[in-house]
Design a protein around this ligand. Structure first.
Ligand code: PFF
Length: 469
């Protein structure tokens, strides 16, 4: 009943099919590809992780992506309301919307720590611009200084809670601004300008890295499959990464699908989104590791990889400051097109649920994320000893930041995806679903099989073994 007030005004939407594809690719491609994927691959043994990751994208991620976008397009409302509409029309309980509501909450949690990392990216844009202007393109102020000087920038930033909070608020503020402008004037605008720029920069830097760095070592590292390294934890990390990267299990793609018109072929578009996202993750690996290996640095540097190892490598190259600026601007663009999608999920739900304006809604959600994000920022310094999930073995050692990241990617996302599969595969009326999915023949059969059987079984298996091991 509470959305009757909002149906009077025409609902917002993407201005074209291309706009939808670009916005969804923008949501998918982000820090998950550039910062998290190389770090996870490096920490989980390289090739084994990468190949299992690709398998997860194809067999689980892609079917779930299609399921989410079709729920949204069918419902033309916020994620929980879209699920509820499909449930009611299928003669099922309206309470199925609970999984989308949990997703909305999870998207909010991700948003809060995502903006902290977005803040680090802005910091490095600043560092390299500063470097460029001090001594010029051919050798920034860094050049010739010991590696520790550059590596110590990150601990320096981590030690400064106020600076981190300030940067996080700046990144969040930019995100809030664009979401406040609306779907086509804000979110779509960001994607249509920043995603093409992103792809140009990515290709330039990858060609550069390949030409000057340790290319063959990288290919060996990323694509040599060692079966013994594929432990349950590595598998759980890989599924979690696949969901994180494709923005699944947290209502994000339901929300974006709800702005798509009838002319979009969701099957085909999902394929394009998943291919682009996976290509960018692999290219990011191919771009980052040669530079890291050529500088004799370790692949398992984890989250420090792009913020410590790469800057050291940039310092040792010709025109390194310029490459540094280009690289971090590229990361910032990708991060922003994803953070706007994260913010849009709770924003669209609140607008509809409480019948409030977009600006009011975005400000409320933004303030919540600012508070939670500040706690995440302080978990690197003032609150470093706080262990919010000390009672859960898998997350016992995690500080507030790692707890947000771990819980969302290893619990919320797989569970959200599992319930999506059960809902679309078993609960929703196939007649309604088949009008939306844009698939026919063998592909349609395959998709139904994956959603009904393989995805739920695989998700349960991977979650149970990964969480209990
Ligand atoms: N897919 C984004 C990335 O790889 O950085 C992160 C993300 C965005 C996750 C939106 C979830 C979401 F709803």
């Amino acid at each position: 009943a509470n959305n009757s007030g909002t149906t009077a005004t025409k609902r917002e939407g993407w201005s074209s099919r291309t706009a939808f594809a670009l916005a969804a690719i923008g949501a998918a491609v982000g820090l998950g590809n550039l910062w998290r994927f190389p770090a996870e691959a490096g920490e989980n043994g390289g090739g084994a992780f990468v190949l299992f990751y690709i398998l997860c994208v194809l067999l689980i991620g892609l079917p779930v992506l299609l399921s989410e976008t079709l729920i949204g397009r069918h419902g033309q409302a916020s994620a929980p309301e879209s699920v509820r509409r499909l449930a009611i029309e299928s003669g099922a309980s309206k309470h199925w919307d609970i999984f989308a509501s949990i997703g909305v909450f999870a998207a909010f949690l991700i948003l809060s720590f995502y903006c902290v990392v977005g803040g680090w990216v802005l910091y490095y844009v600043g560092v390299f611009i500063n470097d460029l202007f001090h001594t010029g393109v051919m050798g920034g102020a860094f050049q010739g200084r010991p590696a520790e000087d550059i590596e110590s920038l990150l601990p320096g930033l981590f030690g400064d809670g106020q600076l981190m909070v300030g940067l996080q608020l700046l990144f969040l503020g930019i995100t809030v601004y664009f979401v406040a402008r609306g779907v086509s004037k804000g979110i779509e605008w960001v994607a249509t300008w920043m995603m093409p720029a992103f792809f140009v920069l990515l290709i330039l830097i990858t060609v550069y890295g390949f030409a000057t760095g340790a290319a063959s070592e990288t290919v060996d590292y990323l694509f040599t499959f060692d079966f013994s390294k594929l432990t349950p934890q590595v598998m759980l990390a890989a599924v979690g990464q696949a969901f994180f990267s494709l923005s699944l299990g947290v209502a994000g793609m339901i929300t974006y699908g709800a702005y798509a018109g009838r002319d979009v072929n969701l099957g085909k578009t999902s394929g394009i989104i998943a291919s682009a996202d996976t290509a960018v993750a692999l290219i990011a690996g191919l771009c980052i590791f040669p530079i890291v290996f050529a500088a004799g640095l370790s692949a398992s540097a984890g989250p420090g990889l792009i913020f410590q190892s790469l800057p050291v490598a940039f310092q040792n190259m010709p025109i390194g400051s310029l490459v540094g600026v280009a690289f971090f601007v590229m990361v910032a663009f990708a991060a922003l097109t994803s953070s706007v999608s994260l913010l849009e999920v709770p924003t669209s739900w609140m607008m509809e649920r409480f019948d409030i304006s977009r600006v009011t809604s975005v400000l409320i959600v933004g303030m919540g994320a600012a508070v939670l994000g500040s706690l995440a920022a302080f978990s690197f310094n003032d609150m470093a000893d706080f262990r919010p999930l000390a009672l859960i073995p898998l997350f016992a050692e995690a500080n507030f930041f790692d707890a947000l990241d771990g819980v969302t990617s290893k619990l919320f996302m797989p569970i959200g995806a599992l319930l999506t599969c059960i809902f679309v595969g078993w609960v929703a009326d196939p007649k309604l679903i088949d009008r939306e999915n844009g698939l026919d023949g063998a592909l349609h059969k395959l998709w139904r099989f994956l959603v009904r059987y393989l995805c739920p079984a695989a998700l349960i298996g991977i979650m149970v073994s990964g969480l209990s091991a």
